[in-house]
Design a protein around this ligand. Structure first.
Ligand code: NOJ
Length: 527
């Protein structure tokens, strides 16, 4: 069970409105009590924060706003004392434009070695005034920007994030060294950013399609899911294997049938399964995703990963409150906002937590999920910081709404996030969802997560190893019901009618059970 910390928004130890390592250290007791095994920390390195830290200026230094390298080391040690391991976020597809390599590249001649660490090309058309090809940035617009001497450089994300060239030997050597730097300081391993990108097809051919429209096969795109990614993964695996018990998890947005390639025994230990992030509240779709994921992981001796939310998507408590057919990321700006059934979304989010926490494999929980936080969809446009808002020409609101600081208390200028304000405003609903409020409410989402994690741990300790297999029980088309090899049964009602539960002791329920009937939008564990 891995808990994702978005440093900027977790806890602010010095009252400057931005989360930091001091704040994280002060909340380690909370994380231990929640019952997690590890944290994954979004990038905490030196960065101008144009993309929330995914624009790294120095991979060995901590961002000034977050703390110091000494504090980072102390955090890793303190976390270990709390029984928590620390995964870091490695960003190997691009650096910040402020990275010393890119500064050097800009100051160097066209054919220089410094430029060869990135993708610098001449443009097309008269005077080379057109980008070298048709590749589009994930955030919007061309993936190429022009520099003063007329050449263009590639950035699959914001223009402040130039892609590095994985054909240049310095690049691979540097990332090996960065890994060792943090492994030597006790990191348990890495979440690898954009693991399905990194390498680009020789000759930079046109992609010929708008990759970002979600259609087509990513594998066919000249810069995605390429076969030459795998030697890089194997190289990293060898570095990790120099140490005891370290791991890496790939952020690889690839088709389910391609995921096992990343999970071969000498590559990644895990790869995120993101299919639930885009799945509507629908039993058939959930079941298909669960089956595919268990099968794919089993085929290569890995285990599944379950992800309901992260810092890049609309929080699931809000997604599940929207009608089918609405694209949440577009709804944020376009509305209509009265379509949202917030309470229904909150109920479903609790049910989804019980459902996924019952499955064999690893759960990745995004900070605030355990409080049932909704998306802060009301954020005013003038506070937005996500580069998507700018790069999409103000057509996509972006990801700030899932990155709003955590409410720890029900009062105070930033609801206990820190002594001062918060870098993004918290919506009024956050006060009632504060951790301190939920601590004392036996029906709260926080206590539901705690109890679920406690039971999960007890059963994993005392029961047989979970072997990745679940046996489906037939309780109707809108009901997901399965039994695990240790005998635990989970029933989730995703339909509109109550369901009669099979016999068994109710160990945990996401909402009130009436008699032995499970109402819609609820889930239960039976022993
Ligand atoms: C994926 C990260 O999760 C996202 O937040 C970031 O914008 C891109 N990679 C670029 O690094």
């Amino acid at each position: 069970m891995v808990y994702q910390i978005y440093v900027r928004s977790f806890a602010d130890g010095n009252g400057d409105g931005t989360g930091d390592i001091a704040g994280m250290r002060s909340r380690l007791g909370y994380l231990r009590d929640l019952g997690i095994d590890a944290v994954w920390i979004n990038p905490w390195y030196r960065s101008p924060l144009h993309d929330g830290g995914y624009d790294v200026a120095d991979y060995r230094e901590i961002n000034d706003q977050f703390g110091t390298t000494a504090e980072a080391e102390a955090f890793i040690a303190d976390a270990a004392d709390h029984g928590i391991r620390v995964l870091l976020d490695l960003v190997p597809n691009h650096t910040s434009a402020d990275h010393v390599w890119f500064v050097e590249a800009l100051a160097s001649a066209r054919d220089s070695d410094a430029r060869a660490r990135y993708h610098f090309l001449d443009g097309r058309g008269p005077d080379g005034a057109e980008p070298p090809n048709d590749w589009q940035s994930v955030f919007g617009g061309s993936a190429w920007s022009r520099v003063a001497d007329g050449q263009w450089y590639l950035h699959l994300f914001d223009e402040s994030q130039p892609d590095v060239n994985w054909d240049h030997p310095d690049v691979a050597d540097e990332f090996d060294a960065v890994m060792r730097f943090w492994l030597d300081r006790g990191a348990a391993g890495f979440r690898i950013d954009v693991a399905h990108s990194l390498t680009k097809a020789p000759g930079y051919p046109d992609a010929g399609l708008d990759v970002n429209d979600g259609k087509g096969t990513l594998h066919a795109v000249p810069y995605l899911d390429r076969d030459d990614l795998h030697p890089i993964a194997r190289r990293w695996r060898r570095v990790l294997d120099e140490y005891d018990d370290r791991m890496m998890v790939a952020e690889a947005w690839v088709a389910a049938e391609r995921r096992p390639l990343y999970l071969r025994p000498d590559e990644y230990h895990q790869a995120f399964d993101f299919d639930l992030l885009s799945a509507p509240w629908d039993a058939t779709q959930f079941r298909g995703i669960i089956d595919d994921s268990l099968r794919a992981a089993d085929a290569v001796g890995s285990n599944s990963t379950w992800v309901l939310s992260n810092h890049d998507v609309v929080r699931h408590a809000t997604r599940y409150g929207l009608p089918p057919g609405i694209e949440p990321a577009l709804w944020l700006l376009d509305g209509p906002h009265d379509l949202l059934e917030a309470e229904r979304g909150a109920r479903r989010a609790r049910a989804a937590a019980l459902l996924t926490l019952a499955l064999p494999g690893s759960m990745y929980v995004y900070q605030g999920d355990e409080l049932g936080l909704p998306e802060a969809w009301e954020l005013p446009l003038d506070v937005l910081q996500d580069p998507i808002w700018h790069d999409s020409d103000h057509t996509v609101k972006g990801r700030d709404g899932c990155r709003v600081p955590i409410p720890w208390e029900s009062t105070g200028p930033s609801l206990g996030f820190g002594e001062g304000g918060a870098w993004l405003p918290q919506p009024p609903t956050f006060a009632g969802l504060a951790a301190s409020v939920q601590e004392t409410d036996p029906n709260s989402t926080l206590l539901l997560y705690r109890r679920a994690l406690e039971l999960r741990r007890e059963r994993l300790r005392s029961g047989p190893d979970l072997d990745g297999v679940v046996v489906w029980l037939d309780l109707g088309a809108d009901v997901l019901a399965f039994e695990r090899s240790d005998g635990l049964r989970c029933v989730a009602n995703m339909g509109d009618e109550s369901v009669t539960l099979p016999k068994g002791e109710v160990l945990l329920a996401s909402g009130p059970i009436v008699g032995h009937h499970l109402p819609p939008d609820a889930a239960v564990w039976l022993g």
